[in-house]
Design a protein around this ligand. Structure first.
Ligand SMILES: *Cc1c(COP(=O)(O)O)cnc(C)c1O
Length: 409
C-alpha cells in the first residue's frame, strides 16, 4: 500500500491513517510491514560509532537519541495528534492531563505574572493556581465564564496567560473562545485551552483562537480506562518552547501507553459519535423529568450554551451533567448508588458509563452557583459519562435511580 496524502480526507480516514509512517511500521528493506508502530521499549539508544554519536543532530523530533526523547511509538502518537489539530506545528506528550496543563503553564508563565483562570475549570487546575503556581510566584485570578467583559476588565499589565476549559468538565458550560481569545490577543495574553471534552474532532481549538490546546488523552483518546496521558499541541510560536520545557521537567511517556493511545485513537471517531447520540437521548429524557432542575448538555437544543456550541463545535461527546430540583446530598448519593449500569469513579470518556457528584458551589469563586435561573436549593449535581451501552438501558437505569432519589429526597 502506498502512503496516501490523507490531509484533506474525512475524519474517519484520517483517524485510521495518522501516525503510521512506513519507516515506523517496518524495516529498511520492508517499510510499512506491520499496521501499527511497534512498541519500542527502550531507554538506551545505541550509536554505531563515535562519529555517529558526535554527528548526532541537535534536539530534533523523530531522531533516536535517548529514551527520554521517545522513540517511534511516542513519535507516531505525537505526529497523529498534530495531524488532527489544524494549525499545530507539533504535540508534546505528558504522563497525564494534569502534567500537560502544568507543563504548558510553566512554559508560558514566569514569577510575578498573573494567570487568569476560567471559573468553570476543574478542581485540579484550580489547585495549581492555589498551590504550585503560587509557590513559584505566579498569582491566579478567576473570572466568570459567561462574562467576556469581566475577563477583559481582569487583565492587568502582569497578566500573561489565561486558562480556559471549554466546556467546563463539571458544569459543561461553554464559553466564547473566539471572543475571549481576541481580547487576550489584543492584550498580549497567551490562551491555553483545556480541550479534553470536545477533542480536535469536536473543536479545532487553535483555529478558534487558542495558542496552546491541551487534552487529557486518558479520556477520549485512550477510551478504555486503562492508561493515562496528556498532550499539548501548538503552532510555531509555542511548540518548541513547550517541548523544551517538557524535556526540562523530565516528562516522558511509556511506549506501551503510547501504543494504547494509538489503538484508542483509531476508534475515537466512532466512539464519540455513538456516545454523543446516546448522551443526547439521555439529556432529552432527563430534561423531561420533574425531578431535574437543569440538564447541562450544550448539544441539547434550548439548553444553555447551545447557540455557542452550534456556532463553534463540530462534534460532542458523552459527558453531561444535571442538577436535581432541591433534595439533599444524601438523596443524591442514594441516586448514584441506585444506578447499576454506571460505575462510580472520577474519570470519563471510557467505553463504560460513569456517574459522579458535582458540587460547583464548593469550588467556584468568581461566578454564581446555582447558575441564574436555578433556585437556591438546586445545589446537587450529577455528572454522567455516557459510554457505549445502549441508551435505552441507561435511561431505564436512570429512571429507577430517580425513583430512589424521590424516596430519599
Ligand atoms: C481528567 C481531566 C484532566 C486531567 O487529566 P489526567 O489525565 O487525569 O491527569 C484535565 N482536564 C480535564 C477537563 C479533565 O477531565
Amino acid at each position: 500500500m502506498a502512503e496516501h496524502d490523507i490531509e484533506g480526507a474525512g475524519i474517519g480516514t484520517r483517524l485510521v491513517g495518522v501516525g503510521r509512517r512506513a519507516e515506523w511500521t517496518g524495516s529498511a528493506d520492508h517499510p510499512g510491514a506491520v499496521v501499527n508502530p511497534p512498541v519500542y521499549r527502550a531507554s538506551t539508544h545505541l550509536y554505531p560509532d563515535m562519529a555517529a554519536l558526535r554527528a548526532h543532530p541537535a534536539n530534533e523530533d523523530g531522531k533516536f537519541y535517548y529514551g527520554r526523547r521517545g522513540a517511534p511509538t511516542q513519535w507516531a502518537l505525537s505526529e497523529a495528534l498534530t495531524a488532527l489539530e489544524p494549525g499545530a506545528e507539533g504535540t508534546v506528550l505528558y504522563p497525564s492531563g494534569v502534567a500537560a496543563i502544568m507543563g504548558a503553564l510553566l512554559t508560558v508563565l514566569r514569577p510575578g505574572d498573573v494567570l487568569l483562570m476560567i471559573d468553570n475549570a476543574y478542581e485540579p487546575s484550580r489547585a495549581m493556581g492555589r498551590g504550585l503556581l503560587k509557590d513559584f510566584g505566579v498569582e491566579t485570578r478567576w473570572f466568570d465564564p459567561a462574562d467576556p467583559a469581566a475577563f477583559e476588565a481582569a487583565i492587568c499589565e502582569r497578566t500573561k496567560a489565561v486558562l480556559l476549559e471549554n466546556p467546563g468538565s463539571l458544569t459543561i458550560e461553554v464559553c466564547d473562545v473566539p471572543r475571549l481569545s481576541a481580547i487576550a490577543k489584543a492584550h498580549g495574553v497567551t490562551v491555553v485551552l483545556d480541550n479534553t471534552w470536545a477533542s480536535p474532532l469536536g473543536f479545532p481549538a487553535l483555529e478558534r483562537g487558542a495558542d496552546i490546546t491541551i487534552m487529557s488523552l486518558t479520556k477520549h483518546v485512550g477510551g478504555h480506562s486503562d492508561a493515562m496521558m496528556g498532550s499539548a499541541s501548538a503552532g510555531p510560536a509555542w511548540y518548541r518552547k513547550l517541548r523544551l520545557r517538557a524535556q526540562g521537567l523530565g516528562n516522558v511517556v511509556s511506549p506501551d501507553d503510547a501504543a494504547l493511545m494509538l489503538r484508542g485513537l483509531r476508534t475515537m471517531g466512532l466512539r464519540l459519535a455513538q456516545e454523543t447520540g446516546s448522551a443526547l437521548a439521555v439529556a432529552e429524557w432527563l430534561s423531561a423529568q420533574p425531578e431535574v432542575a437543569r440538564v447541562m448538555c450544550p448539544m441539547l437544543p434550548g439548553s444553555p450554551g447551545h447557540e455557542l456550541w452550534k456556532r463553534d463545535f463540530t462534534g460532542g461527546c458523552g459527558l453531561l451533567s444535571f442538577v436535581l430540583k432541591g433534595g439533599t446530598s444524601a438523596a443524591r448519593d442514594a441516586l448514584i448508588d441506585g444506578l447499576s449500569l454506571f460505575g462510580i469513579g472520577y474519570s470519563w470518556g471510557g467505553f463504560e458509563s460513569l456517574a459522579t457528584p458535582v458540587d460547583p458551589a464548593s469550588i467556584r469563586t468568581a461566578s454564581p452557583w446555582p447558575l441564574p435561573g436555578l433556585d437556591a436549593g438546586d445545589l446537587f449535581g450529577v455528572r454522567l459519562s455516557i459510554g457505549l451501552e445502549d441508551a435505552g438501558d441507561l435511561i431505564a437505569d436512570l429512571a429507577r435511580a430517580l425513583t430512589t432519589w424521590r424516596a430519599a429526597a
